[in-house]
Design a protein around this ligand. Structure first.
Ligand code: ADP
Ligand code: MG
Length: 501
């Protein structure tokens, strides 16, 4: 948390300044229209609490108009040749690339994350995903089946599901939007995107770029607004065939319930409380501790795969904890536009208060506060900044050990052996991610097989690739995104029987 005396503030691009000057509307049927209620809301800069700009507050009527537009656009979009869809999606990716710096600045301003991370990680990942999905239309195939009744030719074909809804969170707004837009459009569906109310800006910019790329009106609609209004209306709408959601487990359950009435296809990427397990045979203790540090503190802990439960084997426990505490105190917390910043603010005053409540509960539970725990003042007082926080001697059943905090708060646990740590790591209803550090090959594979998690990282953490499926077990979600598996989630499979003899 050392205050950096030599700060370099990144200058806002004229295009970004211009974007923030404008009042933003909803993208419905290729046109920008105000909410039918006339209502709007402000999106804030979490680094200083100031208003960035005004955005339309979409409601039931707007969602209905967007779904209707998406229904109208569906036959035309699905009828394009695969090569035509690929070309348009590649053009979309090209425009994202051309406006990379602008997208990164918008994300930094709206979400708070360090510009360097927004630029090098978030925008790059989003572009990589868009290119990956752009390649899918020409690769979607069915199969031919060898059936045991004579005289038939039987095959399957993949068809679009229909109108899809994407409801996305604020922590990786751009990637989460593309992760749903890409496969939905590649498979020939049309989409209504509702970004998180905290971070609507990059979704709006994506809407502009989609139009510029020549994606036909109604294929991608963007309805900004709140979860209990616009989000709920989308998840209930009878015209929506599939809803893809990333967010909290609580809201995920509400969406699945709302989706039941017309049996929408549902994919849910939800919360986690992911264990990272360090065995005492790690090759390089400092490297393992550094990985554990970033597993929890990257994106200020606002990460669904955050390694928020660190299990350290007894032989290296003291050394790892000391190393982590030192490194946590060195991290530079500050505004995302400051080039030196390593950790930005939390997303909102509400989220800051929520994380602070967990820290107080942690103290009351009898856990030892090793470092951090306080809101940062001085030049950071007007933003939602929290010191990187580490608790040790945490009871396995304490709230900070069991619930997703979504902030820079780590719980460290000591363990003795493999059997014990498997039981403790698997004890929660979540099952999103897990990490294991060990040089023992057999142990690495045993652990990978037994951990309850949709992704297991061995001697690394938090890696993604568009080709690799991602998703959770248990209360961490339903279905998988990314990889060829997500294309299955955005298509219906039809079996065709032809009597040939
Ligand atoms: P967080 O608590 O981290 O903000 P949420 O799960 O509340 O995460 O939000 C993720 C997304 O879900 C946001 O776009 C939000 O507007 C939306 N959302 C919130 N509540 C509902 C709801 N009841 N129905 C549909 N969408 C919702
Ligand atoms: Mg904002």
């Amino acid at each position: 948390m050392s205050a950096n005396a030599h700060t370099t503030i990144i200058e806002i691009l004229p295009a970004v300044a211009d974007f923030l000057q404008r009042k933003h509307h909803l993208l419905i049927d290729g046109r920008w229209v105000p909410a039918q209620s006339g209502e709007s809301f402000a999106t804030l800069n979490p680094a200083n609490g100031e208003t960035l700009c005004s955005v339309a507050a979409g409601g039931i009527a707007d969602v209905d108009a967007a779904v209707t537009a998406a229904q109208r656009a569906l036959p035309g979009w699905a009828a394009l040749t695969p090569a035509q869809r690929e070309r348009l999606l590649h053009r979309f990716a090209d425009l994202m690339e051309l406006h990379k710096e602008e997208l990164a600045q918008l994300e930094t301003l709206d979400n708070g994350k360090p510009f360097r991370i927004a630029f090098n990680v978030e925008v790059n990942v989003a572009i990589g995903q868009m290119r990956y999905y752009a390649g899918w239309p020409t690769k979607l195939t069915g199969e031919i089946y060898a059936v045991s009744s004579p005289g038939f030719h039987v095959y399957t074909q993949r068809e679009p599901v229909g109108v899809c809804a994407a409801i996305t969170p604020w922590n990786y707004s751009l990637v989460m939007a593309v992760q749903k837009i890409g496969p939905a459009l590649a498979a020939g569906n049309t989409l209504v995107l509702k970004p998180a109310e905290q971070t609507p800006l990059t979704a709006l910019r994506l809407g502009e770029l989609a139009l510029e790329a020549g994606i036909p009106p109604g294929v991608l609609n963007v309805v900004t607004g709140f979860g209990h209004t616009a989000g709920a209306a989308l998840s209930q709408h009878p015209g929506v065939a599939k809803v893809a959601f990333t967010g909290s487990t609580e809201v995920g359950k509400a969406i699945q319930r709302a989706a039941a009435d017309n049996l929408k296809r549902v994919s849910l990427e939800l919360g986690g409380k992911s264990p990272l397990i360090l065995f005492d045979d790690v090759e390089n203790l400092d490297a393992a501790a550094e990985a554990a540090l970033w597993a929890i503190f990257s994106n200020s802990g606002q990460n669904c795969v955050a390694g928020s439960r660190l299990f350290v084997q007894a032989g290296i426990y003291d050394a790892v904890l000391a190393r982590l505490a030192t490194r946590a105190q060195q991290l530079i917390v500050g505004p995302g536009l400051d080039a030196a910043t390593e950790l930005g603010p939390l997303i909102s005053a509400e989220q800051l208060a929520r994380v602070q409540r967990y820290i107080e509960a942690g103290k009351r539970s009898g856990a030892t506060l090793v470092t951090g725990g306080e809101r940062l003042g001085g030049r950071l007082a007007s933003g939602y900044f929290l010191a990187p926080t580490i608790f040790a001697q945490v009871a396995d059943n304490a709230a900070i050990a069991c619930e997703e905090i979504f902030g820079p708060v780590l719980s460290v646990f000591r363990f003795e052996d493999e059997e014990e740590v498997i039981t403790r790591a698997n004890a929660l209803p979540f099952g999103l991610a897990a990490g294991v550090w060990t040089q023992h090959l057999g142990r690495a594979h045993r652990m990978a097989a037994r951990l309850k998690a949709g992704v297991v990282w061995i001697n690394t953490y938090d890696w993604f690739d568009p080709a690799v499926p991602f998703g959770g077990m248990g209360e961490s979600g339903v279905g998988r995104e990314l990889g060829r598996q997500v294309m299955e989630a955005y298509t219906e499979l039809k079996a065709v029987w032809v009597k040939v003899e």
